[in-house]
Write a protein that binds this ligand. Structure first.
Ligand SMILES: [Fe+2]
Length: 603
């Protein structure tokens, strides 16, 4: 205070002296010079910078000071009004320890040896959970629908979750959670159907995985060529299991897998979490991040880890009737209805909860194809025998009649470590010795060049047109068996996997061995000779119609705004068909909430 008094006195003296009025600027300069030499110290926080995101935990805070007489005695550090550290020597800094995630306001206060002090400008920081050091599982995709996808992954330490995503590599959208977990599950919603989204996973403080191979594709709402990969008893984590995967990877090349089915015994011997890590997550990291996997539970998936690892639909999220349980469920993809049953741990009786749900689900289905899968095969003479093993017998006696009643096309199983593929079967619910010629609807190979594909009239209720049963349980090993079930067209003790390609009314199946050879193939063809409108779908402003067609024929769409009597108005121009299934889309369809549509075959 003495210095201030002296300056003030000097000024007064000078301005009061006659003839020195010109010196006011000079006086001001003198004033400031003297005042600076005697002022309080200056201090600012240099680390962290304001509005920065920092790791929670231990936060380093550094300050820079200046003082004309160089006599800073101490710097104190504050979070709002709470003192969090102090330092008595240069460089002035401190470590603020055990800081939980949150937004904080920091200041530093410098004190000089004369007792003067100054406080820095406030620095605002956002302390977040540090980025985990490692991504140790995934990411992997679950419950794909036309409008949503669940992305899961595991980190080595608890952390928040964040997925950024977008179309065409621009990850402009994000979903995040501050909840500290090691097993992360983020659902992306409001996506566009049949669209590729690139994504990254991480925590709010950083990215753990991203790149051109991190993308998902939403399910279509209209028919689309669909590739399905089915593996059974794959969980050996062996070099041979890897060969099965690599053979498929080479086979499919750049063709993405749309639907991936696991037929049970996905991780030997008990389905524990470490076993799943070795047999699934360390085995298939590439496809896991691009294709949603839809597993069923085998007898070896006994550990409760199964339900911790997989997110499965219980509410009909992906189509089908809500099952209320992850043990069994259904979903739709393109024109296919998939049904996953639990032959291992659920009641198999026809009056049990699973079969009760199954009936309801099948009754509500309107998709053209029905593919059902579970672990224990209804027909097998491989390493398991369907004539006397309880699960196999019950699935055949209790469940298969329901499926056939509703026109199931294909049933996939594992459990027997082999490949077995039936003829087109109907009504064979007893022992293998009771197989009668009337139960074999087609005794040929099911191949286009060899008697033609298995032909089925229609799908839907009471469509007893036959079913093909495949045991594809050799994706992890091929063991033993008599391999002589009379319902089978093909029975091999060979390792491999099953590939299905469904395109409109055609289903092509291929058994690909671990060596990359095709040891069996067959086709099922839906009879499209009946001219019919297959589907009518509205997606935003798009109106999409699909009908069975004759290649080369011309068609026209018409609509009527009233039912009785209809007054047909031409809607489309002439549409020439190039195949047995034609889809026509109006990309900006007018809003006609009560219109009726029809397809007319032109002469
Ligand atoms: Fe099994």
């Amino acid at each position: 205070m003495r210095a201030w008094n002296m300056v003030y006195s000097t000024i007064r003296t000078q301005v009061n002296r006659p003839g020195l009025s010109y010196s006011s600027a000079l006086l001001a300069a003198i004033f400031f010079s003297i005042a600076a030499a005697s002022s309080a110290p200056r201090v600012e926080i240099t680390t962290p910078s304001t509005n920065s995101i920092v790791d929670a935990g231990n936060i380093f805070i550094g300050a820079k000071t200046s003082d004309r007489d160089g006599s800073i005695a101490a710097v104190e550090f504050y979070e709002t009004d709470r003192k969090i550290g102090e330092c008595f020597t240069k460089p002035f800094n401190t470590i603020w320890s055990n800081v939980p995630p949150g937004v904080y306001t920091l200041t530093a206060r410098a004190i000089d040896k004369a007792g003067g002090s100054a406080t820095s400008e406030a620095v605002r920081i956002d302390a977040r959970t540090p980025l985990p050091s490692a991504l140790i599982r995934g990411p992997y995709l679950q419950v794909g629908t036309p409008y949503s996808m669940v992305i899961r992954w595991r980190t080595d330490v608890p952390a928040g979750s964040k997925v950024t995503y977008g179309i065409g590599g621009h990850l402009t959208q994000a979903v995040e959670s501050a909840e500290q977990v090691v097993d992360h599950a983020v659902k992306l919603s409001n996506l566009r159907p049949d669209t590729r989204y690139y994504y990254s996973v991480g925590s709010p403080s950083g990215i753990l995985a991203s790149g051109f191979e991190y993308f998902l594709t939403t399910s279509p709402v209209v028919e689309k060529h669909t590739r399905i990969w089915a593996i059974g008893d794959s969980g050996t984590a062996s070099a041979d299991a890897r060969s099965v995967w690599e053979a498929y990877r080479d086979f499919t090349g750049g063709r993405l897998t749309d639907v991936w089915l696991m037929l049970g015994d996905n991780a030997y011997y008990s389905g524990t979490d470490p076993e799943y890590q070795r047999a699934v997550f360390d085995m298939y990291p590439g496809i896991l991040r691009q294709t949603a996997v839809w597993p069923t539970r085998g007898n070896h998936d006994a550990s409760s880890a199964y339900h911790d690892i997989f997110t499965l639909p219980t509410k009909g999220e992906a189509g089908g009737t809500p099952s209320g349980t992850e043990h069994y469920y259904s979903f739709d993809y393109s024109n296919i209805h998939f049904i996953c049953l639990d032959s291992s741990f659920s009641v198999r009786r026809r009056d049990g909860a699973m079969c009760t749900w199954l009936r309801a689900d099948l009754a509500a289905n309107f998709k053209e194809w029905v593919i059902a899968y579970w672990h224990h095969p209804p027909y097998s003479k491989g390493s398991h025998d369907s004539d006397w093993e309880r699960e196999l017998v019950e699935m055949r006696e209790e469940v298969v009649p329901i499926l056939e009643e509703f026109g199931v096309d294909l049933v996939l199983s594992g459990h027997s470590h082999c490949y077995e593929r039936s003829f087109l079967l109907r009504g064979h619910y007893g022992l293998s010795t009771t197989l009668a010629p009337s139960m074999l609807l087609n005794t040929a190979s099911g191949r286009f060049e060899d008697g033609g594909p298995y032909l089925k009239a229609t799908a839907g209720l009471d469509a007893h047109q036959g079913t093909v049963y495949v045991v594809a349980g050799s994706s992890g090993w091929a063991t033993f068996g008599s391999m002589d079930h009379p319902a089978m067209f093909a029975s091999f003790l060979v390792m491999g996997s099953l590939i299905l390609d469904v395109e409109g009314p055609v289903l092509n199946a291929t058994f690909l061995t671990k060596d990359g050879t095709v040891d069996d193939y067959f086709s099922i063809l839906k009879d499209t000779s009946e001219f019919r409108l297959r589907s009518l779908h509205r997606a935003g402003r798009q109106l999409i119609l699909t009908w069975d067609s004759i290649p080369g024929k011309r068609y026209q769409i018409e609509y009527s705004l009233q039912a009785e009597p209809p007054r047909w108005t031409t809607y489309s121009g002439s549409i020439q068909s190039s195949g047995h299934r034609t889809t026509w889309i109006d990309y900006s369809a007018p809003d006609r909430p009560k219109a009726i549509y029809r397809v007319r075959e032109l002469e």
